[in-house]
Ligand binder design. Structure first.
Ligand code: NOJ
Ligand code: CA
Length: 726
């Protein structure tokens, strides 16, 4: 019997075989074009094979990042398709260097600098044209397909996009299973070659909806090579096109795009002239460059909203965690059948006594939020329909304008206004986009009448009509329609369960948040991996901010609801750090007011932390292990630092050279206490106040699932009196 090769040896052999296979497969025509990024870090080679298939290859600092990989699209009912038979008709080069100011963001100014190569390809036998436009930035490569107006390519249906990303080795990947409906997974960290073996285990039964392949994964996909290169594949500007997943050919380690189909199995309906979203490859030998990259935003169009004065970052609380943990309910009554069947008016229905969004409770949140300097309060479960929705696949459940009898919409909006609190509307669509679209104008007018200027949308459950899914072209267009319609009403949108963002907030900055990943709610549904928050900034957050809803102080959820046995896998210090590491212009303090009252000294950090920034410095980064960020609060000299740690104990070491030289600052350090641990001792924290300068350095022990947060305020000599230097 043959003895299996040791894993390491077989890996090397596999990589060797792959490389030789790729060179045998592609016999290139002589014509090849190169594109370099402005600094010369990246070089992309473009060529056509002998049969006219476009191929690209990518290098970073002379190292191959993407092996020769095919480009093109297969069309439905089309004998030629758009992946071979091409000749180069023209190639056009350009350079671009500008800076722009985001309406909200991690930094005040973003530099958008790239070299461009547009390959104009023609397909003589079909008399058609297609462009592939490449942009080489100093942080990576973006490219897209473009279909100019022409006689022989007007309306067409995409059967599959055939974009390849051929890997140079069996990299370590941070992946979640490919799924047409949800990204709410914990990440699996494994070799590419292990994806098939681990796929079933990664597919969480109560999360997964439509998993399409045993080697399918979602973007943004983060990877690390054995020689320390960090590599990310994602997309930018997903408009009028299906969301791209990746399917791995794990014999050859080649990813190929896998578009999300519609109910008929078609992937995209295109009308020329049009363009696809950008395919993005970000790479660096320093992990900090990946999280700091703005390439995906840069590949989106400038803002289409001219007056952005009504778009404001906000810190908010919500009548929310109490329902998520099961202490109270979204629904007003348990009287399902009679209310649902219309035999009982809601006003006559028997209240279940556990309805969260009742006027008195909402007032309590408004008061607590106002007393502690918050901007907003989200209220879920305020409108009729929740009884009808659960367990039902009905097209029309909610109308978004009918409050439950115990929710005084007019009175509460008056009260919130008097306390300088903005109420955040909630629209759970029950996965029924057509109903939502029909209601949208009425619902937005209703919001405006009662002074709401932000809405959290939701798409829980299967999409109606049956067979459609969350990430196909039709749904991508729906989310876009909602954001644009909201902009016309001066309404900000925070979409949950929507397709993951791809930098569109540059164009539509009223899209102030998205969930589109596994958020804090899962800590109440059985828990998430403690290192989850060290991966999200390398994946989901590259396309836009996440409404992660941090700030949980009570980790034992049976204390909130005796029937909830979940545990929040995080220390309090880790929860504080998330306000800095999970960049978002919309930050929630998600726990119950009573839990903040128990820990007022730790709560102080949440009260102090900013939500909009002039500058951000990534100090330490390693996906799956740790992330430390310092951010400068907008329009001030104050800074906030957050550091999140993965599964093992670690000492973080940082300097403060980001501070203005020669100045003294008051730093308050909120850290894990000795013996802290996300599971066994999550509430053990210490707080110390010290003086820091640009020359200070710090070593800080971080517990498993822990970390630290620091507020750094400009201070005069008097307020620093008696304090020690760090
Ligand atoms: C799932 C969302 O992520 C959560 O925040 C919301 O409370 C529920 N859906 C109900 O709409
Ligand atoms: Ca969700």
């Amino acid at each position: 019997m043959l003895k299996p090769l040791p894993l390491r040896v077989s890996r090397i052999l596999t990589a060797g075989i792959c490389l030789s296979v790729s060179f045998v497969l592609f016999s290139f025509t002589a014509l090849s074009q190169q594109l370099r990024s402005p600094s010369g870090n990246f070089r992309m080679d473009f060529s056509l094979t002998k049969d006219g298939t476009p191929v690209y290859r990518l290098f970073y600092k002379g190292r191959e990042v993407i092996r020769p990989s095919r480009l093109g699209l297969a069309l439905k009912n089309d004998s030629f398709s758009l992946y071979d038979g091409f000749v180069v008709a023209d190639s056009v080069r350009a350079s671009h260097d500008e800076s722009w100011k985001p309406v909200w963001g991690e930094v005040k100014t973003i530099t958008n600098r790239y070299n461009e190569l547009a390959m104009v390809l023609s397909q003589p036998r079909a008399r058609r044209k297609m462009l592939i436009r490449f942009r080489a930035f100093d942080d990576g490569l973006g490219f897209r397909y473009e279909f100019p107006a022409q006689d022989n390519l007007v309306y067409f249906v995409i059967r599959e996009e055939k974009t390849q990303f051929a890997m140079t080795g069996d990299h370590t990947a941070f992946w979640i299973p490919g799924d047409y409906d949800t990204q709410e997974y914990d990440y699996t960290t494994s070799r590419l070659s292990a994806i098939r073996r681990l796929h079933d285990r990664a597919v969480t039964p109560n999360v997964s909806q439509t998993v399409f392949s045993p080697t399918g994964v979602q973007t943004s996909l983060m990877m690390k090579t054995d020689d320390g290169l960090y590599l990310n594949i994602h997309e930018a500007a997903l408009v009028n096109y299906p969301c791209m997943h990746l399917n791995l050919d794990d014999r050859n380690l080649v990813f190929e795009s896998w578009l999300t189909p519609d109910a008929r199995g078609d992937k995209g309906y295109i009308q020329a002239p049009s363009v696809t979203p950008w395919r993005t490859i970000i790479a660096s030998d320093d992990a900090r460059d990946i999280v700091a990259s703005k390439m995906i935003y840069n590949l989106n169009e400038p803002s289409r909203i001219t007056d952005t004065s009504w778009i404001r970052p906000m810190k908010y609380m919500g009548v929310w965690w109490e329902m998520i943990t099961g202490r109270s309910t979204w629904a007003y009554t348990n009287d399902f059948s009679s209310v649902v069947l219309g035999q009982t008016d809601y006003r006559d229905a028997k209240p279940n006594g556990r309805h969260g969004a009742n006027t008195a409770n909402v007032k309590k949140y408004i008061d607590f939020a106002a007393d502690n300097g918050f901007d907003g309060v989200l209220v879920e479960g305020w409108n009729v329909g929740w009884e009808d929705w659960f367990g039902n696949m009905k097209e029309r459940v909610f109308d978004f304008v009918t409050p439950y009898p115990d929710f005084d919409v007019a009175g509460l909006s008056q009260y919130a206004k008097s306390r300088h609190i903005r109420l955040i509307m909630h629209h759970e669509t029950s996965g029924s986009p057509r109903n939502y679209e029909r209601c949208l104008d009425t619902a937005f007018k209703f919001m405006k009448r009662y002074g709401y200027d932000a809405v959290k949308t939701g798409y829980v459950g299967n999409i109606i009509p049956a067979g459609e899914n969350h990430y196909n072209q039709w749904m991508v267009n729906h989310y876009q329609y909602v954001v644009e319609k909201a902009a016309s009403y001066h309404i900000m949108v925070n979409g949950h369960e929507a397709v993951r963002p791809t930098g569109l907030a540059r164009t539509w900055p009223n899209m102030i948040g998205n969930e589109s990943a596994r958020g804090t709610e899962y800590q109440a549904f059985g828990g998430s991996k403690p290192n989850h928050v060290t991966i999200l900034p390398f994946t989901r957050l590259l396309g836009g901010p996440m409404d992660y809803t941090p700030g949980i102080f009570e980790m034992d959820l049976s204390k909130i609801n005796p029937n909830n046995n979940s545990h929040v896998n995080s220390t309090i210090a880790n929860q504080l750090a998330l306000y800095v590491t999970m960049y978002s212009p919309l930050q929630m303090a998600a726990d119950l007011p009573e839990n903040y009252q128990r820990f007022p000294d730790a709560f102080q950090f949440i009260k102090d932390v900013a939500v909009d920034w002039d500058d951000s410095k990534y100090l330490e980064a390693e996906p799956g292990k740790y992330l430390t960020v310092a951010r400068n609060a907008k329009g001030s000299g104050n800074w906030f630092v957050g550091s999140v740690n993965g599964d093992s104990v670690r000492t973080s070491e940082i300097g403060f050279s980001f501070l203005a030289p020669g100045r003294k600052y008051l730093a308050t350090i909120y850290a894990d206490a000795p013996g802290a641990h996300y599971r066994t001792n999550p509430q053990a924290y210490t707080i110390r106040k010290v003086v820091v300068t640009a020359r200070s350095r710090m070593r800080q022990l971080c517990a498993p699932g822990g970390g630290y947060a620091i507020s750094i305020f400009e201070a005069d000599a008097a307020s620093l009196k008696g304090l020690r230097a760090l």
